[in-house]
Design a protein around this ligand. Structure first.
Ligand SMILES: NC(=O)c1ccc[n+]([C@@H]2O[C@H](COP(=O)([O-])OP(=O)(O)OC[C@H]3O[C@@H](n4cnc5c(N)ncnc54)[C@H](OP(=O)(O)O)[C@@H]3O)[C@@H](O)[C@H]2O)c1
Length: 270
């Protein structure tokens, strides 16, 4: 069965206090299947708004260490044992200029929020999802990458690298979970109306090109319902289809024939 958001009973959405995450959380809660939605973020006023919209809200800073992330996931599983779907949208974006001073702390935080925290949350949820998978319950993991995962924007070098890492992780995770009922759908937005660029003061300039959030959300929900491996739109779709889709097919084909890492390596060499 291909994964679909229509099968979800309980969806945890990170980054649900603004932009893409919030729009997806609200749209998923309005699906005819009426899944329960839990929105995660830090801003308290926004979390209150979510509860007013009928979404359970949880305060968590994903820039947390391993132990705190594990505790958070355990608490979520205890409080919401029905969770079968993760939409991982929390993210930040900073510029990096190598001819000036590079703020390595900011770089590490960006990589942690955009990549490591997602890997950690997924890892801590996997035993719970595998237990559901044993009884055939469909589960879904949907991390949010970017079209910049495939072609980097040099001014946001570390952001692009963090998204490339997350895209790569999605491809590997999908193969590793192939014999389970846990699907992996990568959500790969183009430039979309949100608050992402406020921190660098580029919102005004970028808003001339971005895809309106409403249009983007509609397309993304349709993609999540269809259950394709990568849900992308606009520029992200063009780049994905041109450069990445052929690679995805190779990964899937080789993984089908290789049972171990060494067999996979042997095929790449040949
Ligand atoms: N908009 C675009 O053009 C675009 C394009 C490609 C990919 N994306 C990706 O889409 C995702 C959503 O971004 P957006 O564009 O919707 O931006 P946004 O409006 O700024 O939303 C970012 C969300 O991430 C949460 N977040 C950030 N740092 C966090 C932390 N340390 N702990 C917990 N939550 C944190 C924010 O919540 P709090 O501040 O309340 O914690 C907020 O809900 C991101 O992964 C982004 O990289 C966006």
């Amino acid at each position: 069965m291909s994964p679909s958001i229509d099968n979800a009973k309980c969806v945890l959405v990170t980054g649900a206090t603004s932009g893409i995450g919030r729009a997806l959380a609200l749209a998923i809660a309005s699906l005819p299947s009426h899944p329960k939605v839990i929105g995660v973020g830090r801003r308290k006023d926004r979390l209150v708004e979510l509860t007013e919209a009928g979404i359970d809200a949880e305060n968590f800073d994903v820039n947390a260490d391993k132990a705190a992330t594990k505790t958070f996931v355990e608490e979520m599983i205890k409080k919401y044992p029905e969770i079968d779907t993760l939409v991982l949208a929390a993210g930040i974006q900073r510029e990096v200029h190598f001819k000036k001073d590079v703020d390595l702390e900011a770089v590490a935080t960006e990589m942690h929020v955009n990549y490591f925290s997602i890997l950690a949350i997924i890892s801590f949820f996997i035993p719970h999802l595998l237990a559901k998978s044993v009884s055939g319950h469909p589960c879904l993991i949907a991390p949010v990458t970017s079209g910049l995962a495939y072609v980097p924007a040099p001014w946001i070098a570390n952001y692009s690298a963090s998204k490339a890492a997350l895209h790569s992780l999605c491809s590997s995770l999908r193969v590793q979970l192939e014999d389970t009922s846990i699907g992996v759908i990568e959500i790969s937005p183009p430039l979309v109306e949100s608050e992402l660029h406020d921190a660098e003061g580029t919102t005004g300039a970028l808003s001339r090109f971005w895809m309106p959030l409403e249009e983007y959300t509609k397309e993304t929900i349709e993609g999540l319902q269809r259950g394709v491996n990568v849900v992308c739109s606009g520029m992200s779709k063009n780049i994905y289809e041109k450069f990445e889709q052929p690679k995805e097919q190779i990964i899937t084909e080789m993984a089908k024939r290789a049972a171990t890492h060494s067999q996979f390596q042997e095929m790449i060499v040949l």
